[in-house]
Design a protein around this ligand. Structure first.
Ligand SMILES: [Zn+2]
Ligand SMILES: [Zn+2]
Length: 67
């Protein structure tokens, strides 16, 4: 099964760089899509580790407060 996965990997990933910028961001903590973030009017919370979280609760690992 692993061999099949290797064969299906497309090495031409450079073209996907521009598209990836427009992908929906996910909270680095709970995986909530950006459209469901509530911190900063939906902009999310940028933590010191460089990741953007849906809310401060996820950034501090105290629990998501978006729900
Ligand atoms: Zn989160
Ligand atoms: Zn949250």
């Amino acid at each position: 099964m692993l061999d099949e996965m290797d064969l299906t990997v497309d090495p031409t990933t450079e073209a996907a760089d521009e598209l990836s910028i427009r992908e929906t961001r996910l909270c680095a903590g709970c995986g909530r899509p950006e459209s469901h973030w509530r911190e900063n009017d939906g902009a999310g919370y940028l933590a010191n580790d460089g990741h953007t979280y849906c809310c401060r609760g996820c950034a501090d690992q105290t629990g998501c407060t978006c729900g």
